[in-house]
Design a protein around this ligand. Structure first.
Ligand code: ARG
Length: 457
């Protein structure tokens, strides 16, 4: 295919160099945004008199047809084209001749591509936010079902204090709510139009940048044309936000993998979200969660690709910047895939309350509550803590548990122990007393559920 810029050259681009240079095989996915940008640009050219109204309408009509034809499958995007921008323009000129050649007046591919990525990411962020909300919805559903299911809460992966499974799950809902905020925040900062920056220096034509910005739903224009064409901060911000989301999904995955093991057996994943082994007939593997954990590394890699690509390039546009897209697309696709399987996997998993309860009951998970009991009888917390520490040490030595240690033994340590201590260290009591804001008690958990529901409304 003849290059649009062939005039300056005395021979054609080498075949391999041509393939190397071309980006159509990945940027073709931005055809919709590219055409939308061209339509807005062309409308502005007509309204400002840079081209005639008739020329403007002819171009817009043809661009709309091209879009329709691509969507209906009537027009196939030519993979020999250099990129999506060149393809659309060439197709336009093929259809309406010389008038089509006026579209690129007062524009460069540099501001065009910067615009396309912003429009593309704006659409993707909207979709990703919906998927995150769906996942939060699934978590809330499980949290409601399990708001009174007692499990061991861990620190250092050691049994720490009893909590409810619902409370634990809600922690992830709050993380994901922050992810929504982060994406909205990045999207708001991105929502400025680079169109009209042209190659880098602006233009001699009497363009109206505010007009194209408004037509395309931006909040304003990028105020420096050099920055307009060379800024990819928004890509980095969005990929950082996506990396944080993946980190959250990965932590959640890790717990799901642990909980599904025979050592824990706190949950059973639905058959639809697990796989078997080719050799071991008994296996039921949490592959989806493992893949999400693995793909987290991939999304981090995409973020680092972009940070590294950008760190050394001088202003303004450099072809290095074409490398942004595969990383962005990969991150966006990966996050969407992960969220799409994660939400139903969470929604269909089944808690096994007996196992959680058993695990919570075995250790000394109520030791803090025993200390609090003594505090209730007038002891300072540190002193109470020390006494309970000695009692726990004795239990470990004698293979006993706090709930079954006779009152006489307790009395050896402190005369303030009475028989009501046993009720106060029951797991249910430990959990239900913790109604501090954000705590694990039923009242607090119900408030948290309401807060999350409000956030995703
Ligand atoms: N395919 C190019 C990219 O993705 C479009 C911009 C080309 N600009 C240029 N001056 N060669 O970055």
């Amino acid at each position: 295919m003849d290059k649009m810029w062939a005039g300056r050259f005395s021979k054609a681009l080498d075949k391999q160099a041509d393939d190397f240079n071309s980006s159509i095989h990945f940027d073709s996915r931005m055809y919709k945004q590219d055409i939308a940008g061209s339509i807005a640009h062309c409308a502005m050219l007509g309204e400002t008199g840079i081209i005639t109204k008739e020329e403007s309408s002819a171009i817009i009509d043809s661009l709309s047809e091209i879009l329709e034809d691509i969507e209906s499958g009537k027009l196939e995007i030519d993979m020999q084209a250099e990129d999506i921008h060149m393809f659309v323009e060439a197709e336009l000129t093929k259809r309406i001749g010389d008038t089509g050649k006026k579209l690129h007046t007062a524009r460069s591919r540099n501001d065009q591509v910067a615009l396309d990525i912003r429009l593309y990411l704006r659409d993707e962020i909207t979709q990703i936010k919906e998927l995150i909300k769906k996942l939060i919805g699934s978590i809330v559903l499980q949290a409601e079902k399990n708001k009174s299911v007692i499990m061991p809460g861990y620190t250092h992966l050691q049994r720490a204090q009893p909590i409810t499974f619902g409370h634990h799950l809600l922690a992830y809902a709050f993380m994901l709510c922050r992810d929504l905020d982060r994406l909205s925040d990045a999207a708001a900062r991105m929502n400025y139009s680079p169109l009209g920056s042209c190659a880098l220096a602006g233009t001699t034509y009497p363009t109206n940048r505010a007009m194209t910005a408004e037509k395309l739903g931006f909040d304003g224009v990028c105020e420096n044309s050099i920055d307009g064409v060379s800024d990819r901060d928004f890509c980095i911000e969005i990929m950082s936000a996506l990396s944080v989301t993946m980190m959250h999904l990965s932590r959640f995955s890790e717990e799901i993998i642990l909980w599904s093991s025979w050592e824990f057996k706190f949950i059973e994943l639905d058959d639809a979200y697990t796989t078997g082994s080719s050799i071991m007939p008994q296996k039921k593997n949490p592959d989806m969660a493992e893949l999400v954990r693995g793909k987290t590394g991939r999304v981090y890699g995409d973020l680092f690709t972009l940070l590294t690509v950008l760190k050394g390039i001088p202003l303004a546009y450099n072809k290095d910047m074409q490398e942004d897209k595969e990383a962005i697309f990969d991150a966006v696709d990966t996050v969407k895939h992960c969220l799409e399987v994660f939400a139903p996997m969470i929604e269909t998993m089944k808690a096994i309350p007996e196992n959680m309860y058993k695990a919570a009951g075995k250790g000394f998970i109520n030791a803090t509550d025993l200390a609090d009991y003594l505090v209730g009888k007038g002891l300072p917390f540190r002193s109470a803590y020390k006494i309970v520490g000695s009692i726990v040490a004795r239990c470990i030595k004698d293979d006993a548990v706090l709930d079954e240690l006779p009152l006489e033994v307790y009395k050896e340590y402190d005369s303030r122990f009475e028989s009501d201590l046993y009720d106060s260290i029951k797991l249910e009591a430990c959990v239900n007393r913790r109604i501090s804001e954000g705590g694990t008690g039923l009242e607090s958990v119900e408030k948290q559920i309401a807060i999350v529901k409000e956030k995703i409304k």
